[in-house]
Write a protein that binds this ligand. Sequence first.
Ligand code: ADP
Ligand code: MG
Length: 359
Amino acid sequence: MTERVVVACRVRPPLSSSEAKSICVTPVDDQRVCVGGHRIFSVDRVYDVSCGDELIFRERVAPLIEGFLVGYNTTIMAFGQTGAGKTHTMNSISPLVVEVIAQHMGGLENISFQLLEVYGEVLHDLLALPTPGAATSSGASPSPHNNNNDMGASPAPPSHSKPLQLLEGQTQTHVVGASRVKARTLEEARTILDHGYRARATGATAMNAASSRSHSILTIFNHHKLSKLHLVDLAGSERNKKTHNVGVRFKESIGINTGLLALGNVIRALSKNSTFIPYRASKLTRLLQDSLGGNSRTLFLACVAPDSANLDETIRTLQYSSKAMHVLNEPLPNMDVIQAEQQQQIRRMQAALDLSSDE
Ligand code: ADP
Ligand code: MG
């Protein structure tokens, strides 16, 4: 019943001639990668620069989607420094995921979408603002928002809605009032998600002009089998010194590191089989509690840049990945979990009735 977190390493292609001249990440075989000429890291699968998005989808993602369709909670999480290809990879995978789900379920009727951003320790609903032309928005009604852009002409994304709160349930963490949006067609799903992702907070740093310092979590709910699929694009894992962050941005970096730091601590504790797992140390780890050490199948996509300028961060990413490979989950189809709970309840009621009839 236990199932290990699967780790795939994706090496992005060089983006410039100087990167191309200083390649320091080379695959040894399908499961080993050599970094800096002498350090070898093992993962479940290496996708080198020649591997396209479709191959990763076919080999790693499609089998997970099959599981999601029969009721398994599923998580696909991209990790790595800014510029390593996390967003590229997740943005290529997400539309294919939605397409396959629609194909198998004969439409999107039994599916809804939730898109959250964790920015510092603040949680935002990226689907709170209605998408022009989109269908129904179930769950919370759109929250009030402070969009200062009242000229109406700018293509700038809308500013954030009111921060959301987390509520601890008996077995799960709930996001209070997060929008769950339905789409009638694939086209509409794409529009909704594009609109949501554009609202994600980004800011220029010395490392990447459009670097993202927030985590985004797209959750797809399968109402038919009661399973959840998280597609997570984590914030850049680089250390602050490289990004020359100062002032407000520096504080934001610290906030983001809270989530990644907590994620690292959760992974470390799980990989060592500790009895105490510090999920509660951040919003990110509370939201992803099921994904690591819980009821989920999880794919960890370690994204790395190919060149020597990024060597230190690449090594850190792969060290992190090695730990993630030791994390065990206990995935169970959700209908089975619910049926077991219902059967238990029936047995309890039956026992209570038997007792009362004895009296
Ligand atoms: P991250 O989200 O990790 O900061 P991005 O996904 O934004 O990184 O990637 C950084 C740059 O590299 C972008 O310009 C992106 O288009 C490019 N890139 C990333 N991965 C690939 C890839 N597999 N093939 C081609 N270009 C890529
Ligand atoms: Mg990104």
